[in-house]
Write a new protein. Structure first.
Length: 182
């Protein structure tokens, strides 16, 4: 059946309808057009969502310091809310300095903190250094008895790497910091 055949058949059927019935047909036709339009809109939105979902998943997770990661895990384990203030929370095993670092980081990076809470996070890797004594070119290594020793041929392993925080707590005036390559 061609398009004209359909139009003729519909016209014949409409001739037998009363004025009120024609009004109802008009209302139903308009409603059907609205439903079809909404359905097409929905399909378009579903298509856009399908296309955006992988892109959103590809966004990198926020990078948080280790102490903030610990804080998030403590709160989640205890079923607490993400905005609990570390300074007012009881015993956590954190030092005062660590709590201040957590508070500072959260206040400075609120959006990253909330994304980390909701979506997950990556723990920041601290920058590591080897320490070489400037005058002798000997390296500072950690000894087996938890002390430090200068050695001419260092063991370049993770046990002999120092963080900025560790270096800051030591007297390293005559030591050169050599960045550990990834």
């Amino acid at each position: 059946m061609t398009k004209n055949d359909y139009i003729e058949k519909i016209t014949q059927n409409l001739e037998h309808l009363t004025k009120d019935e024609l009004k109802d047909v008009s209302i139903l036709t308009t409603a059907q057009l609205v439903v079809r339009s909404k359905f097409a809109e929905r399909q378009q939105l579903e298509h856009e969502i399908t296309n955006l979902t992988p892109k959103l998943k590809q966004q990198a997770l926020p990078v948080v310091p280790e102490c903030v990661a610990e804080w998030i895990e403590i709160l989640k384990t205890k079923g607490l809310k993400p905005l609990k203030n570390p300074e007012t929370y009881g015993k956590t095993g954190f030092t005062e300095e660590k709590l201040q670092n957590i508070v500072f980081w959260i206040s400075e990076y609120q959006e990253d903190y909330m994304r980390a809470w909701l979506d997950g996070y990556t723990v920041e890797k601290p920058q590591l250094f080897y320490l070489r004594e400037k005058n002798t070119n000997y390296y500072l290594n950690k000894s087996k008895n938890n002390g430090l020793e200068l050695v001419p041929n260092p063991y370049f392993d993770e046990d002999n790497q120092f963080t900025k925080q560790e270096i800051g707590s030591m007297q390293t005036g005559s030591y050169e910091q050599i960045e550990v390559a990834e």
